[in-house]
Design a protein around this ligand. Sequence first.
Ligand code: ADP
Ligand code: MG
Length: 393
Amino acid sequence: MSPRNLRDLPAEALDGKRALVRVDFNVPLAKDSGVADDTRIRAALPTIKYLRDKGTRVILLSHLDRPTGPDPTLSLRHIVRTLEQLLGTPVDFIPDPAAGIAATRRLPRGGVALVENVRFWPGEEQNDPELARTFAALGDFYVNDAFGTAHRAHASTEAVAHLLKPAVAGFLVERELRYLGDALQHPKRPFLAVLGGAKISGKIDVIEALLPRVDQILVGGAMANTFFLAVDFTVGKSLVERDKVDLAKALIAKAGSKLILPRGAVVAPSLERRDERREVPCDRIPADCAVFDIDHTTQLDFRAHILRAKTVVWNGPMGVFETPPFDEGTRAVAEALIEAGKRGAITVVGGGDSAAAVRGLEEKFTHVSTGGGASLDFLEGKTLPGVAALEAA
Ligand code: ADP
Ligand code: MG
């Protein structure tokens, strides 16, 4: 289902009205004060700016981290200054949504208010209708632009959307659905998936959902190690899921020639002993070493496949990219996607760590999803409760 979008609302539905906007301001805070990385705030700016331009009064709702109750260190007050700087306008702070109605009515047209961390109230994660009613009273209509939490049915993402109409998708959610959705449903072919990361277990459903749709799946990262065991290679001290070997065997049987594994690996005795790293073929991983990256042969092989594709979906790093030089395989795949994009391919990156690995290069991909868990759920073909609760287009 595609939801009704903010752009579909006529001017009279916006002018002077109070928009209750669920955003994802779950940003890392700096140690001293303020925001360490404002990427997520920037991602919500197009929606906020559009509303302000239309004379709408904007009331923002977000969570921050996972408090179990009120916690001053996780107050959204810490992000007010950053938000004011990015918007170029003062932002009112509403510490208690239950006492916030007057403040929302006082806002001038185009004015902005930010409500305290929604997870300070226990009803948020329980999708409590009472709390949702409190939130709903703060607006005249609802906009969900928090793709990163759309896979959770919470009071500020799901229950509130049933109470406050119109309930529409903001520009970020619209964009996420367009790229993640289109990539799956109407891919230009060849359609290729590149999967990596730490574990198969969290991604089995993604593999199963993608297999029938894609022309090829390239597998790297620690995930590949479980597949190595499945074809009777040994993996030494590598991160591996021994209890998932049967599953890996079944996937290999189902995938046939679609599944492409690394030919070789970069191994070392430990991350600390990276100076002793070397490249080995995958059937010769030493017993006293662990795999930390794909090797150069595999980089070239994956690159060749990626350059032939017209649609590429990538989730999961090819190695321990946080510890250079084990980031080389991940970088090579990122570069291959960028090159494929220049040649006209649609390139989509999903997943929290994968997005972190391409930070600063976002513009070079067709789309880098801001939602880690949400993008995976969506690739699996699951319904996102925060999207399903919006009005259908
Ligand atoms: P995403 O968040 O993009 O979905 P994951 O969370 O599944 O990705 O995986 C990311 C993690 O996988 C990173 O922390 C990375 O260090 C780890 N990883 C990738 N390859 C290996 C490997 N060979 N050995 C150990 N960890 C790995
Ligand atoms: Mg991750």
